[in-house]
Ligand binder design. Structure first.
Ligand code: ADP
Ligand code: CDP
Ligand code: MG
Length: 233
C-alpha cells in the first residue's frame, strides 16, 4: 500500500504540474527518523519552551538552575551546548571557538541542531532555552525549522556596569570573560539581541525582571512568572 508520505508527495507533484505557471514548486515532505516532519524531528514532539534572555552576566544561568528545581523544566544553555560541541572535536570546533572569543553569534544552523538534539534526547517536554535566540537570524530560523512558538520570554534586565562586574568575577575559566571580549559581547547584545526582545515585547510575550538585585530577590520575581503556568498545567 502507498505510504502517506508517498501519497502527499504525489499530490504535490500533481499540483506542481498543474500550477507550474504559478511559481515555486511546493516543498516535499521530509522524513526524519522514519516519521513525517516539516524539516524537524521535533515536529513529532510537543514541547513547551521558555526563552531566557538578557545580557552577558545578567544571571540567566543562575536563575535557570533555580527554575529547574522549582518548576520541573530542563535547562538548555545555548552557550553551554556550543562549548561542549567545541570540546567534542566537532568539525565546527574551531569556528565556534573563534566566534565565542570574538563575542560573535554562531550561525543558527549549528546552534539549532544542538538545541533540537538536546530536546529530542531528553524525556522532558518543558525546556528553558537560555541565551537563544540572540539575533534575528537565530529567532527566524528556529521558528521556521522547529515551528515552536515560545510560551513566554523571561528577560533579565541588568545594567552594563553590574554585568561587567559579575563577568569579571565569574571564575569559570571562560575564554570570553575578559574585558576585551566582554566589550564586544555588550555591543552585540545591544545591536543584535535587544531587537529580538523588542520583537517579542511587541507580541506581549516578555516578562521583564529587574536582575540587578540579589539572586534571592530576582528569584522571587521569577517565581511570579511561573506560578500561574505551573498551577494551570
Ligand atoms: N543577582 C545576582 N547578583 C549578584 N551576582 C549574581 C547574580 N546572579 C548571578 N550572579 C553571578 O554573576 C555571574 C554571572 O551569572 P550567570 O548566571 O552565569 O549569568 P549569565 O548566564 O546571564 O551570563 C556568576 O558568577 C553568578 O554567580
Ligand atoms: N545563541 C547563541 C548563544 C551563545 N553563542 C556564543 O556563546 C557565547 C557565550 O554565550 P553564553 O550564553 O554562554 O554567555 P552568557 O550570556 O551566559 O555570559 C556568546 O557570546 C556567543 O559567542 C552564540 O553564538 N549563539
Ligand atoms: Mg550563561
Amino acid at each position: 500500500m502507498e505510504s502517506l508520505i508517498g501519497l502527499v508527495n504525489r499530490i504535490k507533484r500533481a499540483c506542481n504540474n498543474a500550477f507550474s505557471s504559478l511559481g515555486d514548486a511546493l516543498p516535499s515532505v521530509a522524513v526524519v527518523g522514519g516519521q513525517e516532519a516539516n524539516g524537524s524531528a521535533l515536529a513529532n514532539k510537543k514541547v513547551t519552551v521558555v526563552f531566557v534572555l538578557g545580557g552577558p552576566g545578567s544571571g540567566k544561568g543562575t536563575q535557570c538552575t533555580n527554575i529547574v528545581q522549582h518548576f520541573g523544566y530542563t535547562h538548555l544553555s545555548a552557550g553551554d551546548l556550543l562549548r561542549a560541541e567545541m570540546k567534542s572535536g566537532s568539525e565546527n570546533g574551531d569556528m565556534i571557538q573563534n566566534m565565542i572569543k570574538e563575542g560573535k553569534i554562531v550561525p543558527s544552523e549549528v546552534t539549532i541542531k544542538l538545541l533540537e538534539r538536546a530536546m529530542l534526547d531528553n524525556g522532558n517536554d518543558k525546556f528553558l532555552i537560555d541565551g537563544f535566540p540572540r539575533n534575528e537570524e537565530n529567532r527566524a530560523a528556529f521558528e521556521a525549522v522547529t515551528g515552536i512558538e515560545p510560551q513566554f520570554i523571561l528577560f533579565f534586565d541588568c545594567s552594563e556596569e553590574e554585568m561587567q562586574k559579575r563577568l569579571l568575577s565569574r571564575n569559570q575559566g571562560r575564554d570570553d570573560d575578559n574585558i576585551e571580549t566582554i566589550k564586544k559581547r555588550f555591543k552585540v547584545y545591544m545591536e543584535s539581541s535587544l531587537p529580538v526582545i523588542e520583537y517579542y515585547n511587541a507580541k506581549g510575550k516578555v516578562r521583564k525582571i529587574d536582575a540587578t538585585k540579589p539572586v534571592e530577590e530576582v528569584f522571587e520575581a521569577v517565581k511570579t512568572c511561573f506560578t500561574p503556568v505551573a498551577a494551570s498545567s
